[in-house]
Each structure stands twice: as C-alpha cells, then as structure tokens.
Write a protein that binds this ligand. Structure first.
Ligand SMILES: Cc1cc2nc3c(=O)[nH]c(=O)nc-3n(C[C@H](O)[C@H](O)[C@H](O)COP(=O)(O)OP(=O)(O)OC[C@H]3O[C@@H](n4cnc5c(N)ncnc54)[C@H](O)[C@@H]3O)c2cc1C
Length: 445
C-alpha cells in the first residue's frame, strides 16, 4: 500500500462534507452567536447534541422558553461524528448479567425499553420528516471464532423470549451473501437495525427545536451553575442566565465544571475512517444488502456503507485519549483490510474521533444531581458508545421529567450512578485495558 494514500486525509467527520449534493452541512450555522444570549429562560440546556436538542424540542413544544448552550457548535460532540448505526443497544452486561445485578423484572424492563427506543426512533424520524438517509437494512454481526458463533445464537434465543428480536443466524458458507469477506466464522443478522447520516439527523433535530422556539447559542461554554432562589444561575465567560430548570447533556465531553457528573462518566475515544469513493461493483460486493456491520471482537468495531452508498465508513476504539489520527488511521486501516483485503490499495478520505461516555455499571443514567452547588440539575448521559437512539430518547425523557409528565419515567430511574474512590474523570487506566483486549482478540479469546 502506498502510505501517502492513507496519510493524506481530512481530519474532520466525513459527514460534515456530505450533505445533499455533496455540499457541507454547516452545523455551525444552526447557532446564534453568544453575544445575543438572553438574561432569563425557563430552561437552560447545556450541550447541543442529540440529548440536549431532543430535550429542547420537547420543552419548547410544551411552551417553555429554552436556551441551548454549546461550547463549540451544535453536533461538535459525538452527535456530529458517530457511525450512525442504529439498533436496540442492549445493555452491555447482557440479559443474564443484568438479572444477576438488578433482578429479573427490572432486567426484562430495561431490555424491552432498548427495543422500544429503536422502534420509537424510526417512527420519530418518519413522523417528523427528518431527511437523514435512514436505511433499515439490518446489521450483520460477524463471529470471530466458532465459539462466538454459538454464543451469538444462544444470546439471540434468550433475547427473543423477552423482546421481539428479529434475527437470522448466517452460517459461514452463506456469509458472502451478506458481507464481502471470509474473515468471520458466520454471524447473525439483526433485521430491525439500520443506519443513518448522523450529521443530517443532528441538523434535522436542531431545526425542529428551532422551529418550536428553542434558541441555540454557540460557542458558549458554561463555566459554572449555582442554585439560587427559584432556580439556577448559569455562568458563561461573559454572561449569565437565570433559569428555572437546567439540564446537563454533555456526555463524554463533561468537564470538571460539573464535578458530580465528571466523576461518574468514563470518557473513551472512538475513531472512524472513511474510504475514498469506491466503484458501485465493489460496494455491492462489500455490502450486498446495505447492512451495517459489527463483530464479536472485544475491541468494538463498527462499519457500514456511507448513506449515499459510495464508500465504507469504518470505526473502532482508539488507544490514545487524545485525538491522534496518525495512530488510529493506520490501526483502523489495518483492521479494515483484514476484513476486506479488497481495500488494501484504497485511500482514506477522512479520519476523525470523538469521546463517548462509559459508566461503571455499563448503563446510561438519567436523573438529578443530588449534591453540591448545582443540586437538582437534570442530566442524561453515559450511553456507552451506543447513543443515536438512546440520547434522543433519554433527552426527551429528561424533558418530560422537567415538565412533570409521568411519561418521563424509564426503567433506568433510580439506578445508582456509581463512581470509584479517587476517580475524578481521567481514565488513565484505559489504554492498558484496551491493549489487553486487543491481545485477547488477536488470539481469539
Ligand atoms: C466516533 C464515534 C462513533 C459512534 N458511533 C455510534 C454509532 O454508530 N451508533 C450509536 O448509536 N452511537 C454511536 N456513538 C455514540 C453516540 O454518538 C453518542 O452516544 C451520542 O451522540 C451522545 O449524544 P449527546 O448529545 O449526549 O452528547 P454529545 O453529542 O457528545 O454532545 C455533548 C455536547 O456538550 C457540549 N459541552 C460539553 N461541555 C460543555 C460546557 N461546559 N458548556 C457548553 N457545552 C458543553 C459539547 O461541545 C458537545 O457538543 C459514537 C460516538 C463516537 C464518538
């Protein structure tokens, strides 16, 4: 491979350059400059990703005055840079792990909500007419060993009894009908899954919130939140806003200004590369049914055809906490060409990364800050890398809670939002864990 073809890429999300007619999607234009920020609002939402915008939409439609603040631009965080794969995002512990922790009733309710989120998301996109390239073509998850093929089948059988999971086991001999690769030992297709253009989804959601009357300001970094009589004072660099309610939607970008939350989320870098445009024949070979893809490796890998079907978009974990495209581009290219040797001579057009939020119990969390200067502030975060549907859903749920609507309840209510002694938000231990998982993957454990 000519090295220069994988070393000369744009270091920002491919999605930002791939609007209709291949025009940039200009997410920055969704926001008003911070010097026009109002002095008062019913609700202030911190973070203009899916969580914050979904909350803002629900609040504004209920007649509340809503100010959304983002330190960079709408969609600057995960919501403008993710892989766009949608699925039920079942809890990372699996049904058995959840039952052992929370009991059968709660575990089943959490799993059912995961499926509800996916169905709701598809209906929401269609009902609101959001044009975001949603393709409901299912997802193929490859088994990296024969042992994992058996495990995939067992897990799916168990889940089928609890949720209405539509799946099909694909033996190795039939794999080529689903993926242009001989890398896996068979796999499973989850028929309800799909993929969308994450940037256009963000833009659609932001436009709905704006039309409903919400105001979005950026760049506008919140430095401090303090409770005052009948509400909060939200302080920025050169302004402050009084509001009745405040909602924190900062996920993996939660900074030390929100110490209670910062101590409970584990920021983890996820990175993506997109290839140069490929020929229609090669795209048909790689993804004959337009599936999204993933596999059973311990190090998360996710990939898919772009929304216009012209290239592959391939993502996985990055080993560094900082954005180091010179490292993860080569790692991801190596992984991609192990699965698709056909892409060995293909160049990379874009390489980028973002920070997802893991939690110590592997579950998203929604609730109110119980202590400190910002006690009572609402939050929803911690989607553990699967947040297109969940962030949109839990943002809405948090808004319904603010409105006092019983529809705001979720099986995730009242889960303890755990931290660990001495953990202050810097996951220094992660690179070692990721390298260990990488080693296990290479030896097929
Ligand atoms: C590379 C990558 C790939 C992914 N792929 C998928 C996928 O295929 N499918 C899937 O379901 N999920 C995926 N995810 C996860 C998903 O994108 C996230 O879970 C989801 O977008 C989280 O949305 P959010 O609104 O909660 O947070 P974000 O979109 O991260 O938004 C948080 C915002 O808060 C702002 N902010 C932070 N601090 C402040 C402050 N002090 N003041 C003002 N603003 C502040 C930030 O600027 C940021 O815009 C991926 C994530 C990444 C990074």
């Amino acid at each position: 491979m000519n090295r220069s073809r994988i070393d000369s890429y744009q270091n920002h999300p491919y999605w930002w350059d791939s609007g209709p007619d291949d025009q940039p999607i200009n997410l920055d234009r969704l926001a008003t400059p911070a010097n026009e920020i109002p002095l008062q609002a019913d609700c202030v939402v911190v973070g203009a990703g899916y969580t914050g915008l979904s909350a803002a939409l629900t609040l504004a439609r209920a007649g509340r005055s809503v100010t959304v603040l983002d330190e960079s631009q709408p969609g600057y965080g995960c919501s403008g840079r993710n892989g766009g794969l949608i699925g039920p995002s079942f809890h990372k512990l699996g049904l058995d792990g959840l039952k052992a922790r929370l009991g059968e009733t709660k575990a089943n309710a959490i799993m059912r909500e995961s499926m509800d989120i996916l169905l709701w998301l598809k209906q929401f996109i269609s009902h609101e007419g959001i044009e975001c390239g949603l393709i409901e073509a299912g997802r193929f998850r490859g088994a990296v060993t024969h042992k994992f093929y058996g495990e995939l089948a067992r897990q799916a059988e168990t889940l089928e009894k609890v949720v209405d999971l539509a799946y099909e086991m694909i033996p190795e001999s039939e794999q080529r009908g689903h993926i242009g690769s001989d890398f896996y030992k068979g796999g499973i297709v989850y028929h309800q899954d799909g993929h969308l253009h994450p940037g256009l989804f963000l833009k659609g959601l932001a436009n709905l919130a704006l039309e409903a009357g919400a105001k979005i300001f950026a760049p506008a970094r919140v430095k401090q939140i303090e409770s005052i009589d009948n509400g909060y004072r939200v302080k920025l660099e050169e302004a402050s806003i009084r509001c009745g309610e405040v909602m924190i939607a900062t996920n993996g970008y939660t900074d030390p200004n929100f110490p209670y939350l910062r101590r409970r989320v584990i920021p983890l870098r996820s990175a993506i590369i997109s290839t140069e445009p490929l020929s229609p024949d090669l795209m048909r070979e790689l993804s004959p049914r337009q599936h999204g893809f993933g596999d059973t490796g311990r190090l998360v890998t996710y990939y898919r055809p772009s929304s216009d079907g012209t290239r592959m978009v391939f993502g996985g974990r990055a080993f560094n906490q900082a954005d180091r495209p010179e490292n993860y581009t080569r790692d991801l290219h190596r992984l991609m060409t192990r699965i698709f040797p056909q892409l060995r001579e293909t160049g990379i057009s874009h390489a980028w990364s973002g920070t997802v939020a893991y939690t110590f119990d592997h579950a998203p969390h929604i609730g109110r800050v119980p202590e400190g200067a910002m006690a009572g502030a609402h939050y929803a975060m911690g989607y553990c890398g699967s947040g297109v549907g969940r962030a949109t859903w839990f943002g809405r749920k948090a808004a319904l809670k603010i409105l006092g609507d019983p529809e705001g309840s979720t099986p995730l209510d009242h889960l303890t939002f755990e931290t660990r002694p001495l953990y202050s938000g810097n996951p220094w231990f992660l690179p070692a864990i990721l390298r260990w998982h990488n080693l296990l993957d290479r030896f097929g454990y």
